[in-house]
Design a protein around this ligand. Sequence first.
Ligand code: NAP
Length: 283
Amino acid sequence: MQHLTLNNGVDMPVLGFGVFQIPAEQTEQAVTDALAAGYRLLDTAAAYGNEEAVGHAIKNSGIPRRDLFVTTKLWIQDAPAETNTRRAFETSLTKLGLDYVDLYLMHQPYGDVYGQWRAMEAVSREGLAKAIGVANFYPDRLLDLILNNEITPAVNQIETHPFFQRTADQELMRRHGVQPQSWGGFAEGKNNLFTNPVLSDIGNAHGKSVAQVVLRWLIQRDIVTIPKSVNPDRMAQNIDVFDFTLTDDQMATIATLDTRTTLFFDHHDPAMVDWLAKRRLDG
Ligand code: NAP
């Protein structure tokens, strides 16, 4: 596995395993299979409702803690944000059965973002999160957060796939030392990604699947990726992307697929802000 170094010196695998939309009762098996396939970065969130199952799989794997990179995420908190963020972090840690996480992300750029971030900075200073970062921050909000706080996020996890490539976002992050991480790298299969003719042709040239081409394309753009699958054959396929290289021409061809539009949530849409703001987690 290839690794990179975050802006605070923490080492991070370039490819990991995401568990969004895996029902809690299937998650322990999926993570156990992913660890057996060689994944060492696990990406969960309080909002996914499966942190406990991820924790069980980690515990039962026998893999030394230092060899794993575990990410979880803070959901939007009610005021007072600093107290509630601390409590939410401790709940996540307890559910995971860990005494630290490698990366703690603010899941959405909403609510008392600055109060939440200050509490995350405290967690980071205490070493309870080896790195802290954000998710779903567009360049304007990300820059404002960077300019008005002590700790620059180590990571910004954003929707990034061949149909929404985020090149301007990536350039801003590069300038400020924020590592981009792709969520929905396969666009969850939207737009018939897995049978896209451009990606299929490139895959055929390398004897690789469309999924492998997409992951390789992200890695060659220096973007960390966390594909999700509940299928062990696909898990094995998705981690087998380190034995080929896309040419400059192939990278340029994939660049033409960019529609510069989200296929999921528009974080600038008031209806989306309203929907997310009303969502609260139990416990
Ligand atoms: P994704 O990884 O783009 O796509 C997952 C879908 O692709 C599943 O339906 C999976 O089906 C299928 N798949 C996986 N490998 C395949 C292969 N080799 N061939 C064909 N189909 C394949 O979607 P995602 O889960 O939304 O994103 C990845 C991770 O990003 C999440 O799990 C989560 O950790 C994170 N995420 C974060 C946010 C955020 O707001 N920060 C939002 C969304 C996601 P099977 O499972 O049946 O194989």
